[in-house]
Design a protein around this ligand. Structure first.
Ligand code: BMA
Length: 822
């Protein structure tokens, strides 16, 4: 197999509607250098022909690009002598979105689905010498509008309603955290393959016994044109996680399909992060003729038993919604993932890695790939396999009533088949999900969400028939869920007692106080969120210095949430003293977001109480990341700078997390989450501090934390009030295993003493931070992106916090705490 990537010789130009395509593509004027893979907006930006859409109000100035038609042209030379075989295929990884492809004047492809790859045999079309590949892109926006005019306007939340008619990443139409940037172009690689015979598919479902003692690998290799290589042979080999060859089999002569079963006793298991190793076997299929290797396909496979469990919750109606991995119940703390940039070809493997590494470092167990984005790149799932992050994968429908006419369904079928076949070997993949919030928008319009499928909500045929059938056929054994949220009463897909929930009664809907999160959760909260400003680095790309003040037009322009300014003001004013300068305002929004998300995760993890009592099985925050510089729900901004909420979630999801809660004017409750497999015995020491830094009460509890659940440890006769806060430590054998603090709400009622925070740079590296009075939400910030081992923490006199701050060196350090808002 010879592969030749077509990366050189590309140019692009805007279509001249006055000319025919032939005339336009033949004309030599107007061509600009193009990068492939790439999109027009990326190239125009690189050429300085459009302003950076991420900056200030520039988004508005670049919409013409997505509303225009464009041509790409690649001139390349080809010679038959270079081709070892008589089979040359043009491989197109993905075209965004509505395109026709011509090779040497012959149309060879018409595509209107950006998620589909194509293979076109071109041996007979290639010319010795100069060849010309032409791709004519029509504006997806215009095409969508035309279809909408013909087929009818459908309701949507976010973006132009015509988006439902186009198989293009929906967030490109603009969302309540992102700009409208209708990218257009060959966003995935284009290459030529020359091969007589190739491995078309490698598939190896793994069955594992309930007792995890035996696994069966059922490998199936599909060979294309076996007849063209009568002397070739296929080798299938399995290597254990350490790289040792476990089994090998060679097949010849070639046939179209080979099946081989390998049984492994006591297999090494793949575990999610924090539960064990992410052991992966390597399955390699090699096509060779004599010493010549013609083609190789390999996959890294994990043996694991992932189950979606819905069982009774004692004393409650409904049923749980939770996951078990290798028979261990896990609380799925995690986040929703949106595409990591508006210009997808710019997303590098490194960018994926830093975001996902941060998620794993925050003890997140699950990442939901949200339905308004894309089926992510292979590297994303490889990294989730490697890091032990389970993946909830939506099919790509979000917040709309989608059509279900024949052509649309056929396109979705092809798209879903290719996504399932591409992703099904990943051990990280826990669940397929039909869509994001389409049942919500239907319910909000009183369109029937259960019973027979009607024209009022035709896409149910996709979510309840097409997709589950394809998943059952192509990826049996993996859970499929029709939508998110979904489950429960036939007239309520967001039922709190069954299935998964999107909790938006805080921030959206009735704007409940965030302190009400615990009692407003559900069986599995797959979305909840609070907004905060990003880092100074991100703000610097958002707004010019003069525009950097709270409420400026530029900041508002990057704050797409509906009623965002109003809602943020309400939550800020309800909880904190709100400063006017941008730096302290930014800090205030991040403190508020951190408090809100921690209250949610603590409150819901508390309901994960062991067998028969799994009241809540997970909490996936909206949203992990940003795709441009934004004021949004993200906990890590587009400059890959974690907000304080990131650290707050990390503390709340820690394998051992100690928590305290208000019980009465005189007492407080203590509980602890324990996601380890060990029973932990220890002491909880609680101190009541005055805000000026005196200890005014202490109590101890002997405790036992049961494994894999949250345990109520008891209550203590100490409580918070406007002048007192509580600090707690869990000690086992004298060592501190976890800490917690409890502050009275709302925080704006407190008049704090200056904690006089002091920092000492430790000779062995790292910092020691201490305070003379209780200090809340201590925030360290530096110009450089420092991987703080801790941030946004509380400090108590006599107990310095020691933390790592790699790369800090002598860089100026900004330290803030709640006292600074006074
Ligand atoms: C949910 C998500 C997104 C949206 C978020 C914040 O609806 O599914 O569509 O961005 O809430 O509003």
């Amino acid at each position: 197999m010879q592969r030749r990537d077509l990366v050189e010789g590309w140019s692009f130009k805007q279509r001249d509607p006055a000319k025919t395509l032939e005339e336009d593509s033949a004309a030599e004027d107007g061509w600009l250098p193009a990068s492939v893979p790439g999109v027009v907006q990326g190239d125009l930006l690189a050429l300085g022909l459009i302003p950076d859409p991420f900056q200030s109000l520039n988004e508005a100035a670049v919409q013409w690009v997505g509303e225009s038609d464009w041509i790409y042209r690649c001139r390349f030379s080809w010679s038959p002598v270079d081709a070892a075989h008589d089979e040359t295929t043009l491989c197109v990884g993905g075209l965004d979105t509505c395109a026709t492809v011509w090779l040497n004047g012959r149309q060879i492809l018409a595509s209107d689905n950006m998620f589909l790859a194509h293979r076109i045999p071109v041996q007979t079309l290639l010319l010795p010498g100069d060849n010309e590949l032409l791709i004519a892109f029509e504006s997806a926006f215009r095409i969508g509008k035309a279809r909408e005019a013909e087929l009818g306007k459908m309701p949507v939340w976010n973006g132009d309603s015509s988006r439902v008619y186009v198989r293009k990443a929906q967030y490109h139409y603009g969302w309540d955290w992102g700009p409208c940037l209708l990218t257009i172009g060959p966003w995935q690689p284009i290459w030529l393959e020359n091969a007589a015979t190739r491995i078309a598919d490698l598939y190896c479902p793994i069955e594992i016994d309930e007792d995890l003692q035996h696994a069966r690998f059922s490998a199936r290799v599909t060979v294309e044109h076996p007849e063209k290589s009568p002397l070739a042979e296929l080798q299938v080999a399995l290597y254990d996680p350490a790289g040792e060859l476990l089994a090998e089999r060679t097949f010849s002569p070639l046939e179209e399909t080979f099946e081989h079963t390998l049984d492994i006793e006591r297999p090494e298991l793949w575990w999610p992060h924090g539960y064990g190793a992410q052991a992966r076997y390597r399955l390699v299929s090699t096509l060779r003729e004599g010493d010549v290797v013609m083609d190789v396909k390999e996959q890294r496979l994990g043996v694991r038993r992932v189950r979606l469990v819905q069982d009774a919750v004692v004393g409650e109606a409904g049923k749980s919604f939770r996951f078990e991995v290798n028979n261990v119940p896990v609380f799925c703390g995690g986040a929703n993932w949106i595409p990591a940039d508006m210009l997808l070809p710019r997303v590098s493997a490194d960018r994926y890695r830093v975001y996902l590494q941060l998620a794993a470092d925050a003890h997140m167990l699950m990442i939901r790939v949200w339905g308004g984005g894309i089926y992510e790149a292979d590297i994303f799932y490889d990294l989730c396999d490697e890091l032990g992050l389970l993946v909830w994968q939506d099919f790509l429908f979000a917040c709309g009533i989608y059509p279900a006419h024949e052509a649309f369904v056929a396109s979705v079928r092809a798209e879903a088949e290719s996504a399932i076949q591409r992703l099904r070997h990943h051990p990280c993949l826990a669940l397929w999900c039909g869509n994001n919030e389409d049942y919500d928008i239907a319910r909000s319009q009183n369109r029937p969400i259960a019973g027979p499928v009607t024209d009022a909500f035709p896409a149910r045929a996709i979510y309840e028939q097409l997709l589950p059938e394809l998943c059952a056929e192509l990826d049996p054994g993996r859970a499929y869920w029709p939508g998110s949220p979904y489950g429960g009463a036939p007239d309520n897909n967001n039922d709190r007692l069954e299935g998964d929930q999107h909790v938006w009664s805080i921030w959206h809907q009735t704007m409940l106080p965030y302190q009400d999160y615990p009692q407003n959760g559900g069986r599995f909260v797959s979305e909840f969120g609070m907004v905060a400003l990003p880092s100074a680095t991100s703000l610097a790309t958002t707004a010019k210095p003069i525009e950097r003040y709270p409420g400026s037009r530029a900041l508002d322009f990057h704050f797409k949430a509906e009623g965002g300014v109003r809602r943020l003001a309400v939550y800020l004013n309800e909880n904190l003293r709100v400063p006017a300068d941008i730096e302290r305002y930014r800090y205030a929004t991040q403190v508020m977001q951190a408090e809100a998300l921690a209250a949610a995760v603590r409150g819901w993890r508390q309901q994960f109480q062991g067998p028969g009592r799994y009241g809540c099985g997970g909490a996936l925050v909206w949203q992990l990341n940003d795709c441009w510089p934004a004021i949004s729900w993200s906990i890590i901004d587009d400059a890959v700078r974690p907000k304080l909420a990131y650290y707050a979630m990390r503390r709340a999801l820690a394998p051992i997390a100690l928590e305290m809660g208000y019980e009465s004017e005189a007492a407080s409750a203590v509980w602890a989450g324990n996601s380890t497999g060990e029973e932990i015995h220890g002491i909880v020491q609680v101190r009541r501090w005055s805000l000026s830094g005196q200890i005014e009460g202490e109590e101890e509890l002997a405790v036992m934390l049961a494994p894999h659940r949250t345990t109520r440890l008891g209550s203590i006769d100490l409580a918070v009030d406007d002048t007192h806060v509580l600090q707690a430590r869990l000690l086992t054998d004298g060592a501190v295993r976890a800490t917690a603090s409890l502050w009275p709400e709302p925080l704006r009622y407190l008049t704090l003493t200056d904690p006089e925070i002091a920092v000492e740079v430790l000779p062995e590296g790292g910092l020691s931070i201490r305070a003379k009075a209780p200090a809340k939400s201590v925030w360290l910030e530096a110009e450089a992106n420092i991987a703080w081992s801790e941030n946004g923490f509380d400090l108590f006199p006599g107990e310095p916090v020691i933390l790592r701050a790699p790369g800090l060196a002598r860089a100026p350090l900004v330290i803030r705490s709640l006292f600074d808002l006074q």
